[in-house]
Structure formats: C-alpha cells, structure tokens
Design a binder for this molecule. Sequence first.
Ligand SMILES: Nc1ncnc2c1ncn2[C@@H]1O[C@H](COP(=O)(O)OP(=O)(O)OP(=O)(O)O)[C@@H](O)[C@H]1O
Ligand SMILES: O=C(O)C[C@@H](O)[C@H](O)C(=O)CO
Length: 310
Amino acid sequence: MEIFDNDLNAEVIGFGALNVDKLYSVENIASKDEESFIKGETDTPGGSAANTMVGLSRLGCSTSIIGKIAEDDDGDLIEYNLAINGIYTNNLIYSETGATGKCLGFVDSNGERCLYIDPGVNDEIRLDEINPLNIMRCKIMHYTSFVGDSFNTQIELLDLLNKECILSFDPGMLYVQKGFDELKPILDRTDILLINESELRLLCNNNESSLKELAIGFLDMGIETVVIKQGSKGVFAMNNNETCEVESYKCDVVDTTGAGDSFNSGFLYSYLKGYDLGKSCQIGNWVASKAIEGFGMEKFPSLKDLEDFF
Ligand SMILES: Nc1ncnc2c1ncn2[C@@H]1O[C@H](COP(=O)(O)OP(=O)(O)OP(=O)(O)O)[C@@H](O)[C@H]1O
Ligand SMILES: O=C(O)C[C@@H](O)[C@H](O)C(=O)CO
C-alpha cells in the first residue's frame, strides 16, 4: 500500500523557526563595551516550536513541524534530529538556496542567556508550500515566532485550520515586539496563550496591573487558557474555571535555553490528556526543570520518567 504524506496523522503540529542553536558557555554575559570569554561551545538543533515537538514526541505524542531548512549541514542536523525523535518530517520544506537558520546564544554560569537569531530560509515560507491535507486532522497547532515574512504565512494559514483545531501560541519576545495590533489576527484565533511575564507586560504595555487582571483581558477576548511563565518562580495560569499559581521545581540549572519550550511540551501533553489546569502547569514545570539540567534537549524526560514521577 502506498503511504501518502497526509496519511501521517500528527496530533500536534508546530509551526515556527527551525534553527541550529550554537550555544557558547561564558563566564559572564557581556554588556555594551564589556568583554567576556568563551568556555565551551555546543551545536544543538533548536527552534522553539521544534523543541516543543521533540519534547511532546518524547512524551509519546505524535508530532510534526512546518518549517524550512536549506540543503546544508545545519539543515541535515535538524532533519536528523527530528527523525530520530520520531517527529513526522512530512511538513518540512527544503530550500535549494540560502542557509538554514541559526541561533547564537551566550549562556552564563547561572544558566542565564542571550540569543541572536540569523533566520536564513526560515523567513521564506509561503502558504502554497504547506499541504493543507497534512494539517487537517491535527488536534493542536502550535505557533512560535519567525523574524520576518513567515509571520504573514502563519496568519494566512489560520483560515485553513479546522474549527476543532486548538491553536496554541507562544509569541516569544520577537513577536511581542511587533505589538498587540499586529498580533491580533493570531490572538483572535488563539485558544492557549503561552507567554512569559516580561513579554506579557510588554504586549499589554502595562507594568502595574496584576497578572490576573492581564490574564482576564485575554480571556475576555475569547482565549480559553492563559499561561504566564515566570522562570524560577513557576507559572500563573487561568481559564474560565480555574486560576492557579504553581511553583517551579528545584533543580541544578545548566542552561535555561528552551525552558519555556519544554514547559510547553509538558503543558500541551497534559492538555491532550484532559488534565486540569493546575496539574498541567505542574507537569509543565516538572518537564522544564528536567530539561534545564542539560543543554538543548539532552536531559528532556521521557514518558516513563514522567509516569515514574507523577
Ligand atoms: N531557574 C529555574 N528553576 C526551576 N525551573 C525553572 C527555572 N527557570 C525556568 N524554569 C521553568 O521553566 C518554565 C519556563 O521558564 P521561563 O519563564 O524562563 O520561560 P520562557 O521565558 O518562555 O523560556 P525561554 O527561555 O524558553 O524563552 C518556568 O515556568 C519554570 O517551570
Ligand atoms: O525563536 C525561536 O524559535 C528560536 C529560538 O527560540 C532558539 O532557536 C531556541 O531553540 C531557543 O529555545
């Protein structure tokens, strides 16, 4: 029997930049006019949506990713990583020209970091390169950011999503900097908003209101669930039935790059399982705490680790 792309039925599909994260461990992150030194370097396949799909796949969910890579070593590394983690590559788009996206990161001894994105071919995704049949049956579409024009393709794709498809959206700083009005077409279709506190305050241009007040503003817009990530403090989350503040887990932090992406994996896994908001946040926090004990996704927990713990 012939197997077509659209026979691969992913429960969750990510749509975001595909990068190779080139992470340098440094003593201190240098500010303007300062100098610091590099202690080590690791190249890990990254991209926020891809990290979340890898995490979900390790937790036993079927996943796929809409993204673009070039025919270069970084593209090969990304494709290999997706394949070995069991992510369907049927929505990958290959560019014959240009370079695969890169994310240069400097990580200090406390696991804090700064990132610089070189988007490469990530920014050239057109709607006609996405097979609508491949996305018809997914339960969750998870959007993360692009530096440039693929943002418009994400907006165009919204019309092709099934009504039943849950849209989860982690705008990250790149999209938040666009401002509320530009993001509104996506926010209007969003069911789950995953955002960190500083991004939320910037998006709402509001440093005074409580997280609860800001979350209510999004619930009033029709977003079903708002999750506000607060780093080592944990998360604040709200839907129309529940409000919760869930503490993070103590852990030996090595690299917080992708902490939010790993949280998203644990949270979306729990959402698919039908767990309540509090438990979903607890699982998200736990998954993130495991993931940040290593670089990239190396320490990301498996379904067995999760089942042994909870
Ligand atoms: N130092 C820490 N100790 C324990 N847990 C942490 C720590 N930092 C982050 N986490 C966990 O990771 C989750 C997400 O972290 P954070 O709020 O930094 O998200 P983010 O800013 O979206 O992350 P990213 O670095 O991927 O952009 C937190 O809610 C928490 O569960
Ligand atoms: O913005 C992105 O999607 C890319 C970065 O988040 C980076 O590649 C990464 O993996 C950080 O987790």
